[in-house]
Design a protein around this ligand. Structure first.
Ligand SMILES: [Zn+2]
Length: 125
């Protein structure tokens, strides 16, 4: 068999293997090369790109943020939750005016209406 043919067969085999790969509950597809990797992996073992699906458990929940904003928003609790510490401090300083409560209430509704993608873009990366 010619060398060219062998490499072609290898290529086809690779494509078939990639297409038939199935992932388990603890696995995810690499965003760079598309291979199946462990969710817990820090970097993809195939291409070496950082695994963005592994965010070490500090992924923020849109619902939690919205509920915090609606019920405790006057004290900026949702801002602290979303790592917007500076804004959170301002909310606490002005909580006696009830203006932060009002803003937080609106923010809570905006958070609830926000798509998951947009929320992740803004707060989870
Ligand atoms: Zn990869």
């Amino acid at each position: 068999m010619e060398e060219k043919e062998i490499s072609e067969i290898k290529e086809v085999k690779e494509v078939v293997e990639t297409a038939t790969q199935t992932k388990n509950y603890d696995e995810a597809y690499c965003q760079s090369c598309g291979k199946v990797i462990k969710k817990e992996a820090f970097v993809c073992p195939y291409c070496g790109v950082k695994n963005t699906k592994n965010n070490q458990g500090d992924e923020k929940s849109k619902i939690v943020a919205a509920l915090l904003a609606l019920f405790l928003g006057g004290f900026g609790v949702h801002k602290f939750y979303l790592k917007r510490i500076g804004t959170g401090v301002i909310y606490i300083l002005f909580c006696w005016t009830f203006i932060p409560s009002l803003i937080a209430f609106i923010e809570g509704i905006i958070l609830l209406c926000m798509s998951d993608n947009k929320f992740n873009d803004k707060y989870n990366n």
